[in-house]
Design a protein around this ligand. Structure first.
Ligand SMILES: Cc1ncc(COP(=O)(O)O)c(C=O)c1O
Length: 409
């Protein structure tokens, strides 16, 4: 590397340190619901393992025992070795897609949700940066309207979608009056409007009002809904299909994105959409076409967890109960400004907002000293002056653990 560039990078990194924004990769070991950091055992309240499945040793044993029953020739491979369009479209992947479609059919069936197709993608990041540019590749005048707080992967997907035909605007977080105003301003020449939201917001832990979005959609035939359920899948809904299941809006959402790296304790993602869109994505979605598929062994694990999802309702209920217990203990001055007034269950993500970076870092250190693996989240991950500890519950955390955490807030 050229010396002047090296010096410049160093100077920028020093500046990040001065602004308390320098990031470092932590060294961690995992043990059930705990992590071991610098030799200290801490309750993990920072991961997205909402159902606590990643540390469930019994579950892992069951998975490996099932594998041992298989003839060696049928053992899922450890690598796909190429993209799905070459040799990577393994049987495990196809089974996983069929089972996902069935899962959603079951979740939507009670209220007439029509059957959709599932397409598995390597990660939620790949999904969001790949689907949007593919959807907007046609020369059709398109406007994307996205919630102000959508995840970085969606923002990157929107950036990659901008072309002569596609523009975008952001509406204030969960402010559907603002969204309606923007919709009223859309020119007649716009042929297509894609509204994008998360269902549970990753950093604020609050929910989108999906029925309200469906109502808006019903007013204009040009509108399509794109909902990222990364933090709701496995967590909400009787089958675990997320907020769309819980609010019975599945049939009205054109593109449902889910991920396996959080409540599923696996890796990967998927989109649920109609068959034609699936074929379009297979032909145009660059991260799917130009990246090696995930290993079949990984898809086998995702299938194993998927089969268990409907049975995990008791875990989801416990998770809701401790999340409300924690949420009620956060004083209004530490809640997100957009947080609903009542403290009804939103999600397992409970932000504890301190505003200032240094204060947030100090609070995280204090919680770590008290035995909790709590992490500071700072801008640019969250908006300026809203640095926070993102407290995250999971179903293996006990009511007593939660009460002890509350004592230290
Ligand atoms: C809302 C949302 N979408 C997508 C992603 C990316 O998912 P993945 O970790 O599978 O890349 C995340 C990651 O945290 C997220 O919060």
């Amino acid at each position: 590397m050229l010396a002047p560039i090296h010096d410049r990078l160093k100077a920028e990194l020093t500046q990040l340190k001065d602004q308390q924004r320098y990031r470092q990769l932590p060294n961690l070991e995992h043990q059930g619901r705990y992590v071991i950091s610098h030799g200290k055992t801490l309750l993990n309240i920072a991961s997205n393992d909402y159902l606590g499945l990643s540390g469930d040793i019994a579950l892992q044993h069951e998975f490996f025992e099932n594998l041992q029953q298989l003839p060696t020739a049928h053992l899922p491979k450890m690598s796909a070795t190429s993209s799905r369009l070459l040799t990577g479209n393994d049987a495990q992947l196809q089974l996983l897609e069929n089972e996902l479609a069935q899962w959603y059919e079951l979740a939507g069936g009670e209220y007439g949700g029509n059957k959709k197709a599932a397409l598995v993608i390597n990660s939620g990041y790949h999904a969001n940066i790949g689907i949007l540019p593919a959807l907007t590749a046609l020369p059709v005048k398109t406007l994307i309207l996205a919630d102000k707080l959508v995840h970085a992967s969606i923002i990157d997907g929107i950036r990659l979608s901008q072309n002569k035909a596609c523009t975008y605007r952001r509406y204030r977080h969960n402010d559907y009056a603002h969204l309606a105003t923007l919709l009223a301003q859309v020119e007649d020449t716009v042929e297509r409007i894609i509204i994008i939201t998360e269902s549970i917001f990753s950093m604020d832990g609050d929910r989108a009002d999906l029925p309200a979005l469906v109502q808006l959609k019903a007013k204009d035939a040009r509108i399509e809904l794109y909902v990222d359920e990364a933090h709701a899948v496995g967590v909400l809904g009787k089958q675990g299909c997320g907020l769309a299941e819980e609010t019975q809006t599945l049939a009205d959402i054109d593109y449902v994105v889910g991920t396996f790296g959080k409540a599923f304790a696996s890796i990967g993602a998927y989109i649920l959409c109609d068959d034609t869109v699936k074929s379009w994505l297979v032909n145009h979605m660059r991260p799917l076409i130009f990246s090696t598929a995930l290993p079949p062994i990984n898809h086998a694990w995702s299938r194993f967890i998927l089969a268990k999802m409907p049975e995990l309702q008791a875990s989801r209920q416990h998770l809701a109960q401790i999340s409300v217990q924690l949420g009620q203990a956060i004083s209004p001055s530490h809640r997100a400004s957009s947080a609903p007034q009542d403290v009804s269950y939103q999600s397992p993500i409970v932000p504890y907002i301190l505003g200032d970076n240094a204060r947030t870092i100090a609070k995280a250190a204090q919680l770590q000293a008290a035995g909790f693996y709590a992490l500071p989240i700072r801008p640019p991950t969250v908006p300026a002056n809203t640095a926070r500890i993102r407290l995250v519950m999971n179903a293996k955390i006990t009511t007593a653990d939660c009460a002890r955490l509350i004592e230290h807030l």
